[in-house]
Design a protein around this ligand. Structure first.
Ligand SMILES: Cc1cc2nc3c(=O)[nH]c(=O)nc-3n(C[C@H](O)[C@H](O)[C@H](O)COP(=O)(O)OP(=O)(O)OC[C@H]3O[C@@H](n4cnc5c(N)ncnc54)[C@H](O)[C@@H]3O)c2cc1C
Length: 464
């Protein structure tokens, strides 16, 4: 076969992007007749294993252990640590912002490290969009800046630090109302990540409260308290209702409050305002609100000239090819893929992103070879599992509902196996062993605060 030098450009280094590059490397090592360059662009030079983020917040796992340096996993991929600024599918070009020391950008924008930003344009023969999703806030709400999110490592570190800050302050606060605000931790959303985060936080408080004498003395009167607010009539919509009901009872027994059929309508300094389905409003005093509901597509995908849902998610056919764009593929949370069997779109989960990435990689290689057909993306559901606290987990495996300590052990084995790099798996396993014998670290890193320079830059560019 005639040799061709093609460029496969992957945007995003998460579950979709990293596993697509990995699969491409593997396929190209086997099919020597393909001459193509794999290029990956991502905001950070590491992959984040999101299912373990709640355990980073609780301090059970060290933050560095749930991230994997992309260059060390993808040895035959050219990597750019850069911000994707725009995608032009007609000209087959992607514009990036990179940080450097020569400011040739036409304004004074700076990257996260304070270095000037400059433009860089990459062209491609095949493009894989795997830019993930953003957190979705209700339209016309203006509380995005006062709530915490849990999407990436930075979110986890900020949240962890804030929680320890609240415990430190509450311990020396004599005003009971202020102390209540500091010790109420409200999680908006009763899906998988909301439930797992609530369970982790609750377990964390039980372990560390003994180090705060004033909280301990008044523990029965005003303990740190975790509340989940869920708009639906049940938690865990990803799992069946029997498991969800059992989980709700178990979490209530552990001291977590779960408020169903209720929406958050406002969040301000020290309070959360909610409304029930019947229209009854109430206010919860809380300095900590963690927003885990709703995902909206990455804003960049909304600007691509292709077939899209009203949400802005590109519509992808069953071969993972973006409809209306030649040689553009989309995987993971960025893509809207219809499950032909259920008639519903595939959910935005890591399990799906990973498998979609592998199918997209195969289809790209087959397209380059031209003599192979494309493979359809089909998904036989893996077991659905969730951690629910007190060394307990729930699962639905082959249609059977299971829960308890054994499932908690299985969760750990399954997720440990999924974590890339042996070194990281070993470190997480050690963290878990250490957690059996020692209490979590309570170091409070003062001065750690959010830095949204890239986002400011994006807004500035949009407004020009
Ligand atoms: C706390 C939490 C727990 C979860 N637990 C589970 C679980 O137990 N099981 C499960 O199946 N799923 C879980 N998920 C969902 C899962 O993480 C996502 O579905 C999955 O990460 C989607 O993969 P992706 O590649 O589409 O996006 P991501 O993994 O989010 O990757 C997107 C990548 O694109 C990069 N990027 C974005 N915009 C730009 C830009 N403009 N320029 C450059 N780079 C950019 C990001 O930095 C990131 O590297 C969880 C999610 C969270 C937040």
């Amino acid at each position: 076969m005639e040799k061709s030098s093609k460029k496969i450009l992957i945007l995003g280094g998460g579950f979709g992007g990293m596993y697509c590059a990995k699969k491409l490397e593997c396929l190209m090592a086997k099919r020597k007749n393909i001459d193509a360059e794999i290029i990956l662009v991502s905001r950070q030079n590491f992959f984040v294993f999101t299912p373990m983020l709640p355990q980073v917040v609780s301090g059970m796992i060290e933050s560095n252990h749930v991230v994997v340096p992309l260059r060390q996993v993808l040895k035959n991929t050219k990597f750019y640590e850069a911000e994707v600024a725009s995608i032009d599918v007609k000209k087959r070009k992607v514009n990036l912002w990179v940080e450097n020391n020569n400011n040739n950008h036409n304004d004074d924008s700076h990257g996260e490290n304070g270095s000037p930003l400059s433009d860089l344009t990459l062209d491609y023969d095949h493009l894989v969009i795997s830019l993930g999703s953003d957190t979705n806030f209700p339209k016309s709400s203006d509380f995005a800046h006062v709530v915490f999110t849990l999407k990436n490592l930075k979110d986890a570190l900020l949240l962890r630090n804030h929680i320890i800050d609240m415990l430190e302050r509450a311990d020396i606060e004599s005003d009971l109302d202020k102390r209540r605000q500091m010790l109420n931790f409200v999680i908006v959303g009763g899906g998988l990540s909301g439930v797992e985060t609530a369970a982790e936080l609750n377990a964390f408080f039980h372990k560390v409260v003994k180090y705060y004498p004033n909280l301990k003395a008044k523990f029965s009167e005003l303990p740190p308290h975790v509340t989940i607010i869920q708009s639906r009539d049940r938690i865990l919509p990803e799992l069946n209702s029997k498991l969800a009901t059992d989980t709700l009872q178990k979490m209530n027994q552990d001291g977590i409050s779960i408020i169903l059929n209720t929406k958050v309508i406002d969040v301000g300094k020290g309070f959360v305002r909610t409304v029930t389905k019947e229209g009854e409003q109430s206010t919860i005093p809380a300095n900590t609100v963690i927003w885990t509901v709703g995902i909206s597509p990455n804003p960049l995908t909304a600007s691509i000239a292709c077939e899209k849902m009203t949400s802005g998610r590109p519509v992808v056919d069953s071969f993972l090819h973006v409809k209306g764009c030649e040689n553009v593929w989309a995987v993971g949370d960025s893509a809207y893929i219809m499950d032909e069997i259920s008639g519903e779109p595939f959910p935005a989960t890591a399990q799906h992103a990973l498998r979609e990435a592998e199918v997209a990689a195969e289809n790209i290689v087959n397209s380059l070879e031209k003599n192979n057909g494309l493979r359809k993306f089909k998904y036989g559901r893996d077991a659905q599992m969730a951690l629910i606290g007190s060394k307990s987990a729930i699962a639905n495996i082959a249609g059977i509902n299971l829960s308890g300590f054994l499932i908690w052990c299985i969760w750990r084995v399954v997720y440990l196996k999924k974590l890339p790099m042996f070194k990281k798996r070993l470190r997480v396993a050690l963290d878990w062993i250490i957690d059996i014998f020692f209490d979590p670290d309570l170091t409070h890193l003062r001065g750690l605060k959010e830095d949204r320079k890239f986002e400011n830059h994006t807004k500035h560019i949009e407004s020009r």
